[in-house]
Design a protein around this ligand. Structure first.
Ligand SMILES: [Zn+2]
Length: 307
């Protein structure tokens, strides 16, 4: 009997180990590249035609004996992470990046210390950001001050700055816990009370106070607390320089440093901070740029429908 239990425990342990290994292998869905550039055995697979301002693009570096690799474009360096023999990296385009074709450089770093650089074109097109007027009567004038916003953004970007970590998300990638439609879009240029203009850094969907807000992917809580504009806020690190933020909550259930799973409840919907009524606000940062949450959700939704 004891021996039976012992065997079962070991079988369970091995199954868990296999699950962990396969999770790593599937952190990026199996999709086909749009273009491929090569130099002898070195390949750069590009999974987009062009990238909109404020959006992400997936790139893969493939060669034998690769130790590391990176992509350099717009004066920024984007790291890569290893999955299944290839090195993947997300390029994130700043919302205000000028629209034109750039020369991107993929750097292959080999186990013997040698390097190779391969150039490829990367076109940036319009983010198509809309204009919105938002009126909040009786708003605290403090949260319409540019310096208050600048301080808050500096705090967030100071936290969301680790590019070296491998992905923390699993094969489920990034998923929204509700099928409610997003309403107010990412990137909208918002004019508050006809006086203060600012960019909408995420997506909103209508929700009632008390509804759950859940993490879109596995990760680690980097901030859980109150900010002047975002109100009760949680910032989650997903590894690989990718972070998600959840704003205006009535209550927060998690604490800084806590490891969380995809779909874990972070708090409840509210209307704290710069908000006119209860709603859910979700935003994402990739490599120090605000990026569209929808890109990550779509990447994993496509892979599900493709089987
Ligand atoms: Zn919002």
């Amino acid at each position: 009997m004891r021996r039976d239990v012992f065997v079962r425990v070991w079988v369970g342990f091995v199954l868990i180990l296999l699950a962990v290994v396969s999770v790593q292998a599937d952190a990026i869905p199996n999709i086909d590249p749009v273009s491929t550039y090569d130099d002898e055995s070195a390949l750069v697979d590009v999974f987009f035609d062009a990238i909109k301002q404020g959006r992400i693009g997936l790139v893969r570096l493939i060669d034998g004996n690769l130790e590391d690799g990176s992509i350099v474009v717009f004066g920024a360096t984007y790291p890569t992470f290893e999955i299944d023999g290839g090195r993947y990296g997300f390029v994130s385009v700043p919302m205000d990046q000028a629209m034109r074709t750039y020369e991107a450089q993929a750097t292959f770093i080999y186990e013997d210390g040698s390097e190779k650089t391969l150039s490829f074109p990367l076109e940036v097109i319009s983010g198509g950001f809309i204009q919105q007027s938002v009126d909040i009567p009786g708003i605290d004038e403090e949260i319409l001050k540019p310096e208050v916003e600048a301080t808050e953004l500096a705090q967030i970007f100071g936290i969301a700055s680790d590019l070296a970590e491998p992905p923390l998300w699993d094969e489920n990638g990034f998923q929204l816990w509700t099928n409610r439609e997003f309403t107010s879009p990412f990137g909208a240029v918002r004019l508050f009370n006809s006086t203060y203009e600012t960019l909408h850094t995420g997506w909103d969907y209508p929700a009632s106070t008390g509804e759950s807000m859940q993490s879109i992917a596995t990760g680690r809580v980097m901030f859980a607390g109150h900010l002047p504009i975002r109100g009760n806020y949680v910032l989650v690190d997903h590894g690989a320089g990718i972070y998600s933020g959840y704003a205006h909550m009535s209550v927060v259930f998690v604490t800084q440093g806590q490891e969380i799973y995809a779909g874990q409840r972070l708090g409840r919907v509210g209307s704290t901070g710069r908000s006119s009524s209860a709603h859910a606000h979700i935003e994402m940062i990739a490599h120090g740029n605000w990026v569209d949450v929808a890109d990550f959700l779509l990447l994993y939704r496509q892979s599900q429908s493709a089987g």
